[in-house]
Design a protein around this ligand. Sequence first.
Ligand code: MTE
Ligand code: MO
Length: 387
Amino acid sequence: MINSDISRRTLVKRGAIASAGLGALRLAAPVYAVQTPVGADVIPWLDQPEPNPVPDVIVRQLEWEQLDQWTTPTDQFFVIKHFNEPQLAEADWSLALSGLVNTPMTLSLADIKARPREEVTFTIECSGNTGLPFFHGGVGNATWAGTPLAPLLEEAGIMEEGIEVVFWGADAGEQTWGHATITEHFARSMSLEDAMNPANLLAYEMNGEELPNLNGYPLRLIAPGWYGVANVKWLTRIEVRDSRYQGHFMARDYVTMREEQIDDEAVWTRMLVAHDRLKSAPAKVVREGNGYSVMGAAWGAPIAKVEISIDGGEWEETTLSEGEGEEHAWVFWTYDWASAAPGEHTVSSRATDIDGNVQPAPDEGHLAGKTTYWESNGQITRRVELM
Ligand SMILES: Nc1nc2c(c(=O)[nH]1)N[C@H]1C(S)=C(S)[C@@H](COP(=O)(O)O)O[C@H]1N2
Ligand SMILES: [Mo]
């Protein structure tokens, strides 16, 4: 307390000039621009991610200090690739709709593009993001375009026993399980009810252009509200089954292990990674003249507010600056750091969704007994040094 009082007082002189400048800015453009203003500097965080030991899997990550646009430019969008990178040509590619359907179908890309086109702006996050010291940039926001999945399933006609829908990718890799080694495709499934959600798209466009190869050309599932792993790329088959598909990315990997108390007994649970979780992150500290501001993002649920804590102090509300009211996309927030004093500081953020759920501290709620790195949506604290 005493320390922060002193630092606040030493700041008064510096602050006077800074707040005059920022006040003038505010008139011109209501909230702080998300874009780093011309002549302003981004102060790099002191805590930088460790070198990426798996560049074939985590192919590209968002660089938080460079976050400047609400829609992530395609060439900056993170890429996760567990197996090979398929090279699919439109001429010999098709999508099969098979399994427990009355009318199996085979669709060309032209068939799919001839169907109704819809767009959704959806922030995808890999559920491993921020759970590993080298993986902090596994999130991005893009506008996806494609045709809704539900009418296609309806046209195919789901048989009575059909309760689960499997999305198969063209990529495959070797997996050993017990005594057996197999070559398995990337695939995920969801319940028929989840698959029928009108938000799901078979997407062939990202940010107004053809899907880039690394993001799943020619077609991927876009399942708004689901963690990245559910958004199957290089899609070749949609198959309806009478029970849950238990492939590697359903039952072995992307499984969250947690110790829970059930009726006073400690038990271990293993749940597959599915829906997004509420999260936020400080993106960058910006210096303009003598004034500082912090900018960040929040996603995983419709956001009501984002708060910031400097040096572990009281939570203060930030200003939501872009994306408010979007159901599936991140919200950008800004904070006028009027009391910024020279030296090292910590910056933490926490999001609250429109139902009043609060992003947990790193050891709170479902994070308390969790051992695996999946679904690490705890509050993020970054360190910065101001001159
Ligand atoms: N076919 C296929 N689809 C896939 C994957 C994959 O390895 N193969 N990775 C998944 C995971 S784990 C994530 S986080 C997202 C990442 O999508 P992006 O690479 O377009 O950012 O794709 C998902 N879809
Ligand atoms: Mo992922």
